[in-house]
Design a protein around this ligand. Structure first.
Ligand SMILES: *[C@@H]1O[C@H](CO)[C@@H](O)[C@H](O)[C@H]1NC(C)=O
Ligand SMILES: *[C@@H]1O[C@H](CO)[C@@H](O)[C@H](O)[C@H]1NC(C)=O
Ligand SMILES: *[C@@H]1O[C@H](CO)[C@@H](O)[C@H](O)[C@H]1NC(C)=O
Length: 368
């Protein structure tokens, strides 16, 4: 009797363990399966996004000869995005870019984050914003202004950050060839650093068409935050771009001086610029043109800085449509607040108090 009930107990325990395991893997699979891909289209301008990481999947538009191409680097399937370590197209958070030593102090408490970039934290560390299925709050596929709103509740302690946070991202397409990306966030109960960014890689010649070194770039930035070789603004210094290879105030090809700069441990741009003008208002950030295709994009935003990254670490990286991405196959323009602001009182604060609203707007105006 005793033996038998022992065996029953063991069996029951095994069944419970198995069903929990089942529930867990089904949960993850369900989340991934639930991550849909949504199209926003006006005429021949098509933008696709997925709820997995509130991610930009593709942007298709004509060139000067009328040939359509997809100008965003990415992957073919959600499953491949799940394993992606290059951050192809997601919204990263709770704090994008780097946090020194994966720690910060807020209201007298020390917070520890996952150190996923050497001894520092990159893009919030852990799995959250860029590697979760966001909830679709609204999807309007047709009309003059198709749009979709994604919602994510980041819980207290997620990635190590304090307090619950509600975040929304809306992608909106309008004529002519305009893509708006609108992010907001509210701290529900505790003060917390917030610095969301869109990590899309662009190649105006079409993704997988080669490198972007021939693209002409103009940046509306006279100053940059000096980054050390761990890509941290450790000195807290903001310096003029004048006389440095970071100066893109007059349109210059990305490749012209790229050999003179290092983004940390590899040759290429991974630089943080302070955008000219008042951070609160929408103002021009960058203009980029690809002479070969005639495609151009102008970026406007209401953020303090922009990180320019030239895909320095892409290396035989498998992309969409059988394409392979190598070094400099794309560039990012990540508008955001100051990098590592939570550890630099000399920078404008990125700490959001309960009841305050974080607001981040970007507008991409394409032409050809
Ligand atoms: C993702 O990574 C896991 C673990 O390394 C691997 O088993 C799986 O096949 C990968 N999936 C894809 C789609 O590459
Ligand atoms: C954030 O954006 C969403 C979606 O557009 C909107 O419903 C919500 O009211 C906004 N939050 C705040 C605090 O304005
Ligand atoms: C690219 O990968 C190859 C093979 O793994 C390696 O030899 C090379 O150094 C890598 N290049 C860069 C820029 O990382």
């Amino acid at each position: 009797m005793a033996r038998r009930s022992h065996r029953q107990l063991l069996l029951a325990t095994l069944c419970l363990a198995a069903s929990m395991l089942g529930a867990q893997s089904t949960g993850a699979d369900d989340a991934r399966a639930a991550a849909g891909v949504y199209e926003l289209r006006v005429g021949d301008f098509s933008v696709r996004v997925t709820s997995w990481g509130a991610r930009l999947v593709s942007v298709v538009l004509p060139d000067s000869k009328g040939n359509l191409a997809d100008v965003v680097l990415g992957k073919d399937t959600i499953a491949e995005y799940v394993n992606d370590t290059s951050y192809f197209g997601p919204i990263t958070g709770r704090v994008g870019q780097r946090i020194s030593r994966g720690r910060f102090v807020l209201d007298g408490e020390i917070y520890h984050l996952e150190r996923n970039d050497g001894r520092n934290t990159l893009h919030g560390g852990g799995t959250a914003f860029s590697s979760s299925a966001w909830t679709v709050k609204e999807y309007v596929a047709g009309g003059d202004s198709p749009h979709i709103t994604f919602f994510y509740r980041s819980f207290d302690g997620e990635q190590g950050f304090p307090g619950n946070l509600d975040a929304y991202v809306t992608y909106r397409v309008s004529s002519p060839y305009t893509l708006g990306v609108h992010m907001n966030a509210t701290a529900l109960d505790r003060a917390t650093p917030v610095n969301l960014l869109l990590h899309a890689y662009w190649n105006l010649g079409g993704h997988g068409s080669g490198d972007v070194l021939g693209h002409t770039l103009r940046l509306f930035a006279s100053r940059y935050a000096v980054l050390d070789d761990e890509l941290l603004p450790s000195s807290g210094r903001v310096a003029p771009v004048a006389g440095t290879p970071l100066d893109f105030r007059t349109p210059t090809t990305i490749g012209a001086r790229i050999r003179q700069v290092t983004g940390g441990k590899v040759v290429g741009y991974d630089a943080n610029y302070v955008i000219d003008g008042e951070p609160e208002g929408m103002r021009p950030v960058a203009q980029v043109q690809d002479g070969a295709s005639g495609r151009a994009v102008e970026l406007w935003a209401n953020q303090a800085t922009v990180q320019l990254y030239t895909g320095n670490w892409l290396n035989n990286t498998k992309g969409k449509d059988g394409k392979v991405y190598n070094q400099y196959a794309g560039f990012t323009l990540e508008t955001m607040g100051y990098v590592d602001a939570v550890n630099h009182p000399e920078f404008p604060s990125q700490t959001l108090l309960p009841g305050q609203e974080y607001k981040h707007d970007m507008v991409f105006k394409f032409s050809f």
